[in-house]
Design a protein around this ligand. Structure first.
Ligand SMILES: Nc1ncnc2c1ncn2[C@@H]1O[C@H](COP(=O)(O)OP(=O)(O)OP(=O)(O)O)[C@@H](O)[C@H]1O
Length: 218
């Protein structure tokens, strides 16, 4: 398969009778960390949602691997979310009454993972500093720990696209460095990594950045 690539034409989003996003044409190639920066309310999360096919822009198109996604039905998008994408979002997207392992493995099945996967899970939990916590319920974790569970999913899924919304917010310096390192590892594996962030350290770890500007309101 060709290298993962997301491209967007000039995008506009209208929500609640307001323009919530105007973005120039952009490309998010494999192997790069692309930062979306700008003031609060400038549309970073909205753009991330459009690129991850969670929101359909009012104007403009998003292409994945050279294919225009405008006409994709839910089943096709589900396939993209399941097979190609990983999301590290502020609300974590975790199942609170599943364990850490179930959330990372994305399964509540009692079936044990294969030996190779079990080894990868253990290594990933070690990388995110959650070794020994695999049986803890996610509802019992701190905000920063939940953040790290959500980021541990990306290498397990071997996601081609990683969308992260403020992945280093609410983390202490050590965990912030861990998360930045994990994002870099994902990019080095060939993923296209897109990060919405205000964090200076995260911004300086990006290969390129796009600054969004709050759309003028009528
Ligand atoms: N569903 C919605 N309906 C109406 N307005 C919305 C909706 N979602 C977001 N907005 C508005 O769109 C604008 C852009 O929001 P967005 O969350 O994308 O900004 P952001 O740059 O990520 O902000 P922050 O840095 O504070 O997270 C904001 O003014 C927000 O209030």
């Amino acid at each position: 398969m060709a290298q993962p690539l997301i491209e967007s034409s000039a995008l506009t989003m209208q929500q609640g009778g307001r323009t919530t996003l105007t973005a120039p044409p952009l490309a998010f190639p494999s192997g790069r960390i692309h930062g979306l920066i700008g003031a609060s309310g400038s549309g970073k999360t909205t753009l991330l949602n459009c690129l991850g096919l969670l929101l359909k822009p009012t104007q403009g198109t998003v292409s994945v691997d050279g294919k225009d996604t405008s006409g994709w039905r839910e089943a096709r998008k589900l396939q993209f979310w399941r097979d190609r994408a990983a999301f590290v979002f502020q609300d974590y997207g975790l199942v609170p009454d599943w364990t850490v392992l179930q959330n990372v493995f994305l399964s509540d099945k009692k079936k044990a993972p294969t030996a190779a996967l079990a080894e990868k899970l253990a290594e990933t939990l070690r990388l995110v500093g959650l070794e020994g916590r695999q049986d803890a319920l996610v509802s019992t974790l701190s905000g920063g720990e939940k953040q790290r569970v959500s980021i541990a999913r990306a290498p397990i899924k071997d996601a081609a696209y990683l969308f992260a919304d403020e992945p280093t917010a609410s983390l202490d310096p050590e965990n912030r460095a861990t998360v930045i390192r994990l994002l870099r590892t994902a990019a080095e594996r060939g993923a296209s990594v897109v990060v919405a962030t205000h964090d200076e350290e995260m911004i300086s770890a990006c290969d390129e950045t796009t600054r969004l500007h709050t759309p003028p309101q009528p």
